[in-house]
Write a protein that binds this ligand. Structure first.
Ligand SMILES: [Zn+2]
Length: 384
């Protein structure tokens, strides 16, 4: 049995406090957490290797392939202390009791620095556009390639990551619930049955800069006013379906000045639903709305699909191994969902009383975490 006190001790050694965690990929802050990973592995008698994408693997004796568990150690800006590390800590607790199971901390799961979410697992399954991601830059203009080099990783080898997939039989990840689903169900832990389909649209609106006071209505080409109508349309098209979530999460406006009609807007719209056909239909309908808006506003609108991740149904054998945990649909992306494209995979979620995540207020009762960790252990016992 894994007790709450053991998880508390493992997490305490990592040292994250309630004030929030800033641990972006390829930074000294992450390196400190990776040192903790090394200590956890050493205590479990496992060796640590880094794959070409920078993910850390704690390996048992032998050559594998192994079943693995784990999660990630990077965070969003001012993130919570359980998102990621809880799955790694529970992973070591399980692996210590089950010789022959590996523990992985996937690189850059959040993608907070280079907009490269689930970087390590995508590299592993060979679904990373390597030249594209290496050229991306962070807010300080540092390229991903340079950041990898600074962290001691070799960007030239990134394309070799898929070879490591041969070392895996499957992956089972424990993670905090980032909703109140389990709290509502009054269950300490649950099993994810599927991940929702997700789409990120990149939109560019091109109008014309003009004097805010002297430009008549019929002469205006206001990019921001058109963008606002498009954002409302995106949300309206999903209305009436509580499982269809639409977010206009990021927007850039130029010239962004007090007395100038906005000339240019770039924005991103994120849509998620368990129903992949509804997502496609929404995208098509929004394209029609954009065309109509172009007519009405004289603003040129370019709508592109920046990313599209098909929903994943987790392997039935993995769900069976997890026993009678309540089943959930998960709307967030996770490494286990990426691995599931190639290998059996699954996820155990742990109740989050408030549902808050990606914020310092994120909370977990470690008794619930222990219940989740024991479900993880029992599942791995049946699978490995
Ligand atoms: Zn996470």
């Amino acid at each position: 049995m894994i007790e709450a006190a053991e998880l508390r001790d493992r997490l305490a050694a990592l040292g994250d406090g309630p004030e929030g965690v800033d641990r972006f990929a390829w930074t000294p802050e992450l390196a400190a957490a990776e040192a903790w990973f090394g200590e956890q592995a050493a205590a479990a008698g496992m060796r640590v290797e880094r794959d070409p994408a920078g993910s850390l693997w704690a390996l048992p004796d032998g050559d594998g392939p192994w079943w693995a568990t784990g999660s990630h150690l990077d965070s969003v800006r001012r993130g919570g202390r359980f998102d990621g590390p809880l799955g790694v800590a529970a992973g070591f607790a399980a692996a210590e009791r089950l010789p022959g199971v590996a523990v992985i901390a996937f690189a850059d799961e959040e993608g907070a620095r280079f907009n490269t979410p689930t970087f390590g697992s995508r590299a592993l399954v060979g679904r990373l556009d390597v030249p594209d991601v290496l050229a991306r830059t962070d807010d300080d203009g540092v390229s991903l390639a340079a950041a990898m080099r600074a962290a001691g990783a070799d960007p030239e080898r990134l394309g070799e990551a898929p070879r490591w997939l041969e070392r895996l039989r499957g992956f089972l990840e424990l993670h905090i619930d980032q909703t109140r689903d389990l709290a509502r169900a009054a269950a300490p832990a649950g099993a994810v049955r599927s991940l929702a389909s997700r789409m990120r649209l990149a939109v560019e609106l091109e109008g014309r800069a003009d004097h805010a006071g002297t430009t008549r209505r019929d002469e205006r080409r206001d990019a921001l006013a058109a963008a606002a109508r498009l954002v409302v349309a995106a949300d309206e098209l999903a209305e009436g379906d509580p499982d269809f979530l639409v977010t206009a999460a990021r927007i850039l406006v130029a010239p962004n000045a007090f007395t100038t009609v906005p000339a240019f807007v770039r924005l991103w719209i994120d849509g998620r639903t368990p129903d992949p056909e509804r997502l496609e239909a929404w995208r098509a309908a929004l394209g029609d709305r954009a065309a109509a808006l172009e007519e009405a506003t004289r603003v040129r609108i370019h709508l592109a699909t920046a990313s599209h991740t098909a929903g994943v149904a987790f392997d039935a054998s993995v769900l069976a191994a997890l026993g009678d945990l309540p089943g959930l649909v998960c709307f967030a992306g996770h490494d286990a969902g990426i691995v599931a494209e190639r290998l059996p995979a699954g996820m155990v979620l742990v109740r989050n009383p408030t549902g808050v995540s990606h914020a310092p207020e994120e909370e977990v009762d470690l008794e619930d975490a222990a219940a989740g960790a024991n479900a993880l252990l029992a599942g791995l016992e049946r699978l490995a």
